[in-house]
Design a protein around this ligand. Sequence first.
Ligand SMILES: [Ca+2]
Ligand SMILES: [Ca+2]
Ligand SMILES: [Ca+2]
Length: 239
Amino acid sequence: MLTDRLRWVSDIPRQVGVEPSLPHMAVEPSQPHPRPTGLREWARQAAAEPRSLKPGERVAALAPGATSTGTKSVTIPGNTPLGTYYLLACADDTLLVSESDENNNCIASDDTVQVTAPDLKVTALTNPPASVKQGGSFNVTDTTTNVGTGPAGASTTRYYLSLDKIKGAGDVLLTGSRAVPALAAGASSAGTAGVTVPVATPLGTYYLLACADDLKVVKESKEGNNCRASASKVQVTGP
Ligand SMILES: [Ca+2]
Ligand SMILES: [Ca+2]
Ligand SMILES: [Ca+2]
């Protein structure tokens, strides 16, 4: 009966014999305390099964009308979808305490927070020469842009020869790369790098690829769009 439960709420401090606050309960991270089925059961467990408490594992009890204020640093999970969010704070979110009302535990922030992430990609790339010898060199000019919503740290753009326009396992990494500075959202870095074709490159006709953050040091909202292929191909010939 609801009325019985509500009466029991106000009776709890006296019933468990602790004034002015409820007893502390231990929380064992590896074995979460099972949620009691009701207030009576919770009180029975708390009174009959006192637990030894370790520093840092206490959950402070609160007397009726009491308040606990604290500050906590929180981390946004890396897989959070980009967007605008309210921050919610939810009391007893691990469901340790049975309450008269379980549906009023959360409160939302007045302001919102925008979750952002960088997204690097090569947005411009010059064509390679029509042909180059094995072991030969040429210059590449590219523009690497942060098309995301958050700042990107410094990165490295590297270059490949590829039989198709997609970066794959068999592509030939060219010697020579370009250091790209940290880029604010929407910012670009254009520059030229001298690249050398490895002597062992199989003879053939290739696209030139430029790949942003090719050393994978910047965590981005999209990691699969970093490369750009040249419009024309380069023929690798014997020395
Ligand atoms: Ca509540
Ligand atoms: Ca990207
Ligand atoms: Ca990346």
